[in-house]
Design a protein around this ligand. Structure first.
Ligand code: GLP
Length: 258
């Protein structure tokens, strides 16, 4: 796990974009795992800049969403497929037909989950997974108590998540869907590399749990300690509870001077 701490969120996004540019230079048809929420927005903006500058092309890329609400109107701006359309597809050269998500409106949700796992496998697996994190340390929609060995499944959202996400639904908790389809922790662990981005003091406990806490289903992001190639990008506030923050800073500086 590489932990990179920087007070400037734009710099954090640029570091993630650098990794993505390097991946697509090496492998133009690489598979990107895409997250929703506010945290990855700077990364998507930076990708747009790189595409415009001719440094990056996602024309041959495939993208797979982490999750999707169950039963949300197909035109709702907070439907995660629409969110990715707005913040990634519209601003880069990725083909909308190459963006996939679990079908939260399927009649048989379990079958939709199995189908989604198969689609990811058929695409060759995810090369780089972008991640945010919930305040309780959840990744995708793997809420506290979700199996660390789980694949894509139906998740019941906890009240904390419903309350956090109400800001995207006119502040009205009753409008937030109660269920979601989500890649499981084991799905995420199969990605060949992962980049998690978090800013703000409200993410400090989650980041401490993910980086330094015991691996526990109470903080599903902590399972990333098992991932062979993860970069954790955090600002000073999100890093404020890390006991080994100075060591992470030193390691990052050393890796830059090599
Ligand atoms: C939701 C999403 C997660 C995301 C989290 C944090 O729960 N399913 O993928 O990481 O929100 O969102 P934000 O980045 O807006 O804090």
């Amino acid at each position: 796990m590489r932990v990179i701490i920087d007070s400037d969120p734009k710099k954090l996004a640029a570091i993630a974009a650098d990794q993505i540019v390097a991946l697509y230079r090496r492998k133009p048809d690489a598979v990107l795992g895409v997250a929703t929420g506010s945290s990855p927005l700077d990364i998507y903006s930076e990708l747009a800049v790189r595409v415009q500058a001719g440094q990056l092309s996602l024309a041959k890329a495939k993208a797979f969403q982490l999750d999707e609400y169950v039963g949300i109107d197909v035109n709702h701006p907070q439907r995660y497929r629409n969110f990715i359309e707005t913040y990634l597809v519209k601003v880069t050269d990725i083909d909308t037909a190459n963006v996939f998500g679990p079908d939260g409106n399927a009649e048989d949700l379990d079958e939709a989950c199995a189908r989604y796992e198969a689609q990811i496998a058929e695409a060759g697996g995810i090369d780089l997974q972008i991640l945010g994190v919930g305040v309780d340390g959840h990744i995708a929609f793997n809420e506290p108590g979700a199996s660390l060995g789980g694949l894509t499944h139906v998740e019941t959202l906890i009240h904390q998540t419903i309350s956090d996400n109400a800001r995207f639904f006119d502040g009205d908790e009753s409008q937030v869907p109660r269920f979601a389809l989500t890649q499981g922790v084991a799905t995420i662990l199969k990605s060949r590399s992962a980049v998690l981005i978090a800013t703000g003091e409200n993410k400090a406990d989650a980041i401490q749990g993910i980086v330094e806490g015991p691996v526990t289903a109470m903080c599903t992001g902590s399972a990333l300690q098992w991932h062979p190639d993860v970069t954790i990008l955090v600002d000073e506030a999100a890093a404020s509870k890390l006991a080994y923050a100075d060591r992470y800073r030193e390691l990052w500086q050393l890796s830059q001077s090599r």
